[in-house]
Design a protein. Sequence first.
Length: 189
Amino acid sequence: MKMFEREVTGLKWAALLALTLLASCGGSLKDAAVKIENESLVFSAELNGSQETPPNGSPATGVGLAIVNARDLSFSASVITNGMVETVAHIHQAPVGVAGPVVFPLTKEAGKVVWNAQGTLTPAQLVTMRAGGFYFNLHSPTFAEGEIRGQVAFKLPTRNQLDRLLVVAQQSQVLQALVQQVRQQVQGQ
């Protein structure tokens, strides 16, 4: 009982919860700990105007990729677009069909096409992200409230999405690192 009297920080609490859940699914706590310590969680998104709230008829498209380090909850994300002139880009928190608040801004260097974000999630945000509760949103002069949106899904990018990202990966060290991590994860399966 004294163990629970100590303060447990958010990350330790999330790790304890994850270990307990994994162990309850038939694995040992030791196996679960190894999975958590070595796991990079890959998320991807396909962006278009039909996912905006409300939907719009923009012909623009985009691809988003994010990887979360399960040990410290740090993440890197990149987004590219086609067929639009972006003015600003964000990661928002909300389920499909709902407009939500900006959680993380994305930035890009002048003359480049890759938008990037890096930061750290809270344990609650990781749970929300794994459940599809975040989305990439890119704005333009034509659609100031958002031209294209893509719900962040807990899955590897498709071959087509990866190919589209590879075309411009040399413009961003963040994107290069993300693509390399995805390749390693695919090879490890």
